[in-house]
Design a protein around this ligand. Structure first.
Ligand code: CP
Length: 363
């Protein structure tokens, strides 16, 4: 059995096969109308969502399957103190596959370690959002036609933006990808992403302070929302929330082939006037999310049928168990009774990083 917790849980080849399957689904909807008949998807959403939860629901229904789950954990036994590990063991009795969103970083990994069915990470705190990555990749494939040799600008909240982290990881496996980071100082991409993902894979990146200075070079402009819910200091959020706003004026030097992506929801970082520009691809991107989730559900169910044992979670040699504590207060290892796990790392800064959330150990 396999899970999808991080985009790199799929090889580049497997990722492309899922994208290809999504394209086949788009072209042959009726062929897939009953392929999940009798199967159940559980959507366990501990954090708000519109697109991810409803696109998973819609995806399973279009495959002929059923959906159970919750969109507010307050109405479940979580409010009585039930842990993620116990919850997924229970849900494994009721469903064939789980999609889980959680505000604690690493919660999806804990779910995968304890479930008896495949687990899909539908977003864990500010850490990772691999099904958004598949959505973004399908959109790039359909809009740009390639993953190699693209220059992609990430703009806004690159510190807490889990969709940014996941997409950079996925694109780091392609040739000729250049990354432009457009963010205020306080919302810059975390160091582990720069060193362990960009540097290690030879992905050049530059950090700039305006989108206008790089606009003519970009194939993709990936806008993000400044995420109020991740800030511990509301004044800091107020200072940063209007840092970057995309307007038609700012697009005037952009190439005709540019595509503007956004995982959505947006607040004010793209004005509604931009929606009329054919280069604005973010609402087309939403629909791609449903097709790629259909392809992912089919793939994980197929793999679970071939190998039903839950042997899909691996930790590298040298992983330390219960020897260090995570410095990240939002990490599940600081919230629930789980083993602390630190993998070895050679990014030139840290010797170990938390398996659940990539943070450094507490000093
Ligand atoms: N892009 C995304 O994850 O949207 P939701 O939060 O609405 O699911």
């Amino acid at each position: 059995m396999r899970h999808l917790i991080d985009p790199t849980d799929l090889t580049r080849k497997e990722t492309e096969e899922i994208i290809d399957l999504a394209l086949d689904i788009i072209g042959n909807r009726e062929k897939y109308a009953e392929v999940c008949k009798g199967k159940k998807l559980a959507t366990l959403f501990y954090e708000p969502s519109t697109r991810t939860r409803l696109s998973f629901t819609s995806a399973m229904m279009e495959l002929g399957g059923n959906v159970i789950g919750f969109s507010d954990a307050k109405n479940t036994s979580v409010s009585k103190g039930e842990t993620v590990a116990d919850t997924v063991q229970v849900i494994s009795c009721f469903a064939d596959i789980i999609a889980m969103r959680h505000y604690e970083e690493g919660a999806a990994l804990v779910a995968a370690m304890n479930a008896r069915v495949p687990v899909i990470n539908a977003g864990d705190g500010s850490h990772s959002h691999p099904t958004q990555t598949l959505t973004d990749l399908l959109t790039i494939r359909r809009e740009i036609g390639r993953f190699d040799n693209i220059t992609i600008g990430f703009c806004g909240d690159l510190r807490f933006g889990r969709t940014v982290h996941s997409l950079i990881k996925a694109l780091s496996r392609y040739e000729g990808v250049k990354v432009v980071l457009i963010a205020p100082e306080q919302l810059r991409l975390p160091d582990y992403m720069k060193h362990e993902v960009c540097d290690k894979n030879g992905i050049p990146y530059v950090e700039v302070s305006t989108m206008e200075e790089v606009m003519p070079e970009l194939d993709v402009l990936y806008m993000t929302r400044v995420q109020k819910e991740r800030f511990l200091d509301e004044d800091e959020f107020d200072r940063l929330k209007d840092s970057f706003i995309l307007t038609p004026e700012k697009l005037k030097d952009a190439r005709p082939e540019l595509r503007v992506l956004h995982p959505l929801p947006r607040v004010n970082e793209i004005t509604v006037e931009v929606d009329k520009d054919p280069r604005a691809a973010y609402f087309r991107q939403v629909e791609n999310g449903k097709f790629v989730r259909m392809a992912l559900i089919l793939t994980l169910l197929k793999w679970a049928k071939e190998n039903p044992a839950n042997d899909g979670v691996f930790f590298p040699e040298g992983t330390l168990r219960n020897e260090l504590q995570c410095s990240n207060r939002r990490c599940i290892s600081n919230m629930e009774n789980v083993d602390t796990l630190f993998r070895p790392c050679d990014d030139g800064i840290e010797k170990h990083r938390c398996v659940y959330c990539e943070s450094k150990p507490r000093q």
